[in-house]
Ligand binder design. Structure first.
Ligand code: NAD
Length: 424
């Protein structure tokens, strides 16, 4: 519980206010007119659902869930579903807006959406999780679909959860609709490379930034906050590139070893004990401590609001790659920029996930599936192009990479909005 309250109180900013502040800063620089600002500053749709689920003991429990579509001018809404005891509508709105910009930065034809259910999945049995997922999918089925809004995994949701959503939606339609969600298991229309996609994209952007900064990846010390899909796979991929993984963490705390941790063994420890804490002879560090250990590259891969004005002055890394969405507050951004710490923003760094989700959706619609090498090559092309465009804009405008990524993304969404015109 102590850990939980630390996680909760450290957040200084409401994520939605943070997302709007980031938007405003980029819109100012772009000199976006007031009409476009008003349209892009708010989500298109916010759905709140309260739904009953029968628990294993026969009792009925009512859950609350959300699905938000921020913008669909460039294509269907796209974004994950989060299961978390503390998820709020404002958090989902922020995540949906970030998805709009993320899809635009990597120039894939999607808008932004996000969903969430207030629950602690660790307290639910597998059968309860399935019933809750299927009922939530039914409640949001009025707005999701392969041509309108395509969910995917996020914190605490898995390929199995995506399989249940796909099946539920398909039962309602009367035929199989694999393209309604991405991040599915391979056997039912998932894509090769989807599990590793987010971490692969993070690595691709770090490789480009490190080359630019003359920071050799071999031997670079890497600290990672969060040891789930994004964080644990990033640990494996960075380790394979010769980086020294000096620290990792989860909700129970962190571990540090200046000589390096073996990610595969840490993962086994987490699978056996439910946490990375207690692994080998590693030193135990606090949840905050992991962000401040001596390292060259820091990868926040957990949740929002982790790098704040409080700890930004203490960060020792030269390069931060945001695998998580929204880990850095605007105040921390300014401090880090002044200190010369390079931040690869979330909407660029972690866009590998949604990019391979796009590939999965294309494969599902065509019923024609690609080899792993094809997915890898295409992902690399997309990440390289996006990174180069953002880095060039940041250089030309003498701004940080987040501002540049926002300018690029908002410019694309604004152009689509203007071209489509106002209905009616
Ligand atoms: P996950 O549920 O697989 O893992 C989350 C991890 O973070 C867990 O290890 C959990 O213990 C840990 N964690 C949560 N709060 C923490 C805290 N305050 N301190 C330390 N550890 C904490 O989730 P994921 O899919 O890896 O997502 C992690 C982040 O990456 C989220 O911000 C998510 O939005 C973002 N992201 C994920 C994907 C994807 O494809 N999975 C894509 C883009 C962005």
């Amino acid at each position: 519980m102590a850990v939980q309250s630390v996680v909760q109180t450290r957040g200084q900013r409401n994520p939605w206010e943070m997302a709007q502040a980031q938007f405003d800063a980029a819109a100012d620089r772009l000199k976006l007119n007031d009409d476009l600002r008003a349209i892009l500053r708010e989500p298109k749709r916010e759905l709140i659902v309260h739904f009953p689920v029968r628990m294993d003991n026969g009792a009925i429990r009512t859950f609350t869930g959300y699905r938000v579509q921020h913008n669909t001018n460039r294509g269907p809404a796209k974004g994950g579903i989060r299961y978390d005891a503390h998820v709020t509508l404002d958090e989902v709105k922020a995540l949906a807006m970030w998805m709009t910009w993320k899809c635009a930065v990597v120039n894939i034809p999607f808008g932004g959406g996000k969903g969430g259910v207030i629950c602690n999945p660790k307290e639910l049995s597998a059968a309860e999780l399935e019933r809750m997922t299927r009922r939530y999918a039914t409640e949001i089925a009025v707005i999701i679909g392969p041509h309108s809004d395509i969910p995917a995994p996020d914190v605490n949701t898995t390929p199995q959860v995506m399989a249940w959503i796909m099946d539920t939606y398909s039962m309602h339609q009367g035929y199989t609709v694999p393209g309604v969600v991405t991040g599915k298991p391979l056997a039912i229309g998932g894509s090769e490379g989807r599990m590793e996609a987010t971490a692969t994209g993070v690595l691709a952007t770090v490789e480009m930034a490190a080359a630019d900064m003359k920071l050799p990846l071999k031997g670079a010390r890497v600290a990672i906050q969060g040891f789930g899909n994004a964080g644990a796979i990033a640990a494996r991929l960075f380790h394979a590139k010769g980086c020294v993984i000096v620290a990792v963490s989860d909700t129970q705390g962190g571990i540090y070893d200046k000589n390096g941790l073996d990610p595969a063994r840490v993962l086994r420890h987490k699978q056996e004990h439910g946490t990375v804490v207690g692994y080998g002879n590693a030193e135990k560090v606090s949840i905050e401590g992991v962000l401040e250990v001596p390292c060259d590259i820091l990868i926040p891969a957990a949740t929002e609001n982790q790098l704040t004005s409080e700890n930004a002055p203490k960060i020792q890394a030269r390069l931060i790659a945001e695998a998580a969405n929204g880990p850095t507050t605007p105040e921390a951004d300014q401090i880090l920029f002044k200190r010369g710490v390079r931040v690869i923003p979330d909407i660029l760094a972690n866009a590998g996930g949604v990019t391979v989700s796009y590939f999965e959706w294309v494969q599902d619609l065509q019923n024609y599936f690609w080899a792993p090498s094809e997915v890898g090559t295409k992902l690399n092309q997309v990440m390289t192009q996006a990174y180069s465009e953002v880095a060039k804009l940041a250089h030309d405008k003498r701004c940080d990479m987040r501002t540049a990524a926002y300018m690029l993304a908002i410019g694309r969404v604004a152009e689509a909005t203007q071209l489509r015109g106002l209905y009616p």
